[in-house]
Design a protein around this ligand. Sequence first.
Ligand SMILES: [Zn+2]
Length: 238
Amino acid sequence: MEYISQLKKYYPESVRIDKLMNVVEYLLLKFGNDEKNLLFGNSTCPDEVNNLILSLAERWGENFSLGGLAGFPFTGISGFKAYSSHAPDNGSLFILYASHIGINKSGELGKILRRGMVDETVCCGSATAALMNIQNNTMTDLKNDGQQHQVENYLMKHIDSIDELYKLPGFIFQEIDDTIRELITVEKMKKVYLLGGIQINTHFEDLDYFVPLVFEIYSPGKGYVDHLSELREMLDYH
Ligand SMILES: [Zn+2]
């Protein structure tokens, strides 16, 4: 799997999702959770290649979909209000949120071979189209393409900083992260475990990778407590 060295060059802290799942499970259990007191939710792009949420939903029992194109939490205040109100009695919420990008077998970013296809396709299509539309001044229509229009709005202020494709999911993630935190604060959510980062989609026969950028616990009245270094230590990159 030659592309792994390319992947590690672009994203040194990427880790295969089976390893991530094990460590996250260990830590969530250590923090006193089980599948009965935790409601899983996700804000990720609806692209069928984003299959980490399927594994997490299976492990934790349910899945509330908070996201839309490129991974933005487009269900907004109403979605977060509903999600928070569905948490088990005396229980907590667990959100996976992420941008994503594909890498092909040759180590080229932004494209992958999908199941049943001969040719490779763009990944993330929404983020890549947003980048091109802003650069070409051909922004999409709010009425008929509302989510894509919003993705372009979010990306607009970073356009001059994205001189290489590998930087695109980082800026998308930054905007998703800001929006999620605003919604959690506005909604005065119940206790939330946050796992955020970049999903790296690989050839359809291989497992995906993930770059963990956020692992925090939000508690009402107390704010956020950062546990990312604990997660990274357990992932043992070397
Ligand atoms: Zn996408």
